[in-house]
Design a protein around this ligand. Structure first.
Ligand code: ASP
Length: 412
């Protein structure tokens, strides 16, 4: 594990570079079709495998998290605090994204692209979204990867195990075992990330030419500046004021998790690493095993930033100027949109459709940024995971204080 963690980011960068070079060579040889027919499918296999692993990992890790808190009331208070924290930081993140995108808007060129096509899902109303969180069937959410329903199932199962006591022990052990087995599979999948990155980036360059990277450089730069500001400013402030922790210590401790997320572009795939980082920083295991998997599924600050930046970018490309009201709508929808999808590669781009629709922007605009989504995704997943770790540290501090206070009161 240690070795992969250290070398994976480097391998990914090499693969990214080689992929771009290979793409240019295939382009020069006129073999762009070859790359989409025979290289891209290997990248797709990797993405499929990551999607396949998400459901078992999320269910088992959240059940374990709830069980490890061993008290339903505690799950309630910790859960509520965690969710409020995730909501607030996400809204903050998207605001930062919008501010920087507005500052840089003048530098975005109107892009010429021949194949503006993207199919969006139908948007659902707010109340329907709430109702749909509660599943009417045990297996359907797993089949359809409906993450919010899966979280609800996992929390109920966790509660069931706690209340059933000794009788629930066998089921709990079984869940632990399922978790371990799928973790082993996931580590295997993550190991081949460099090959997947190569296979995904080569056809992008071969089909679109090097301009796809050049013309999108400004919007990529905007997103990365906003990612950095959110990480260094918002999280530092949050861990300092809410978690009573030195921000430098936090950022240093979170670095391996960031790098792993950056390379794998999967918050879920990064879970074992972020768990280790939090524990090394003194975070509590019971808190981390609940807040981290929950965060990997619902907390996506980097994704929210990306959605804000891309909305402004796409609007500019189509010559549309967004009003302040529309930007507020973006803050709201992007916050909600970043909750519903799991931390897997490319998930944020699918949610971007919902954000664009909410303010009447052309959804086909996604095609403008789709080519370089991988590069956006690396940064946004890194931010997502650091956000999850900040919550684990803040809630740890809160729990430690609460317990100390209770112990003091009991001693009196
Ligand atoms: N890849 C991101 C994650 O795993 C989700 C996204 O695509 O924005 O957190």
């Amino acid at each position: 594990m240690e070795k992969i963690k250290q070398s994976l980011p480097l391998q990914i960068f090499i693969a990214l570079g080689l992929g771009i070079v290979a793409g240019l060579i295939f382009l020069a040889l006129g073999l762009a079709d070859f790359t989409t027919d025979f290289i891209k499918p290997f990248g797709t296999i990797f993405l499929n495998l990551l999607k396949f692993i998400v459901v078992p990992i999320v269910i088992t890790s959240i059940v374990q998290g709830v069980v490890s808190l061993s008290d339903i009331k505690k799950v309630g208070t910790i859960g509520l605090r965690t969710i409020i924290y995730y909501f607030c930081t996400t809204a903050f993140a998207i605001t930062i994204g919008l501010i920087f995108a507005n500052l840089f808007k003048g530098t975005y060129k109107v892009l010429q692209t021949s194949d503006l096509a993207y199919e969006a899902a139908e948007p659902t109303s707010f109340m329907d979204t709430i109702v749909n969180i509660f599943p009417s069937n045990l297996f359907q959410p797993m089949v359809e990867s409906s993450m919010l329903q899966i979280i609800v199932i996992a929390i109920f199962v966790g509660f069931g195990i706690i209340i059933a006591g000794d009788k629930g022990k066998l089921f709990s052990d079984w869940i632990d075992s399922v978790y371990e087995v799928f973790m082993v599979i996931m580590r295997g999948i993550i190991k081949v990330t460099p090959i997947a990155v190569f296979c995904l980036i080569t056809p992008v360059v071969a089909v679109n030419g090097p301009e796809v990277l050049g013309s999108l450089a400004m919007v990529l730069l905007t997103a990365y500046i906003a990612y950095a500001v959110h990480m260094f400013f918002t999280y530092s402030l949050a861990v300092k004021t809410l978690g009573h922790m030195n921000p430098i210590t936090f950022l240093k401790g979170a670095l391996p998790g960031f790098l792993f997320a950056f390379s794998s572009t999967s918050s879920i795939g990064t879970l074992p690493v972020s768990m280790e980082c939090v524990e090394k920083m003194g975070g509590r295991k019971d808190v981390a095993s609940f807040t981290l998997p929950l965060g990997a599924t619902i907390n996506m600050d980097g994704t929210a930033i990306y959605q804000g930046v891309c909305s402004i970018f796409i609007a500019s490309c189509f010559g549309i100027d967004l009003t302040f009201g529309q930007m507020l709508t973006i803050v709201l929808t992007a916050t909600l949109a970043s909750i519903g999808t799991a931390g897997t590669p490319g998930a944020g781009m699918i949610m971007l459709a919902m954000v664009l629709q909410s303010v009447g922007l052309p959804v086909e605009g996604i095609a403008l940024v789709a080519g370089v989504d991988r590069i956006f995704d690396m940064g946004r997943t890194g931010v997502n995971v650091v956000g999850d770790m900040s919550a684990a540290m803040i809630i740890t501090d809160y729990e430690n204080r609460r317990e100390a206070k209770e112990a003091k009161a009991a001693a009196k």
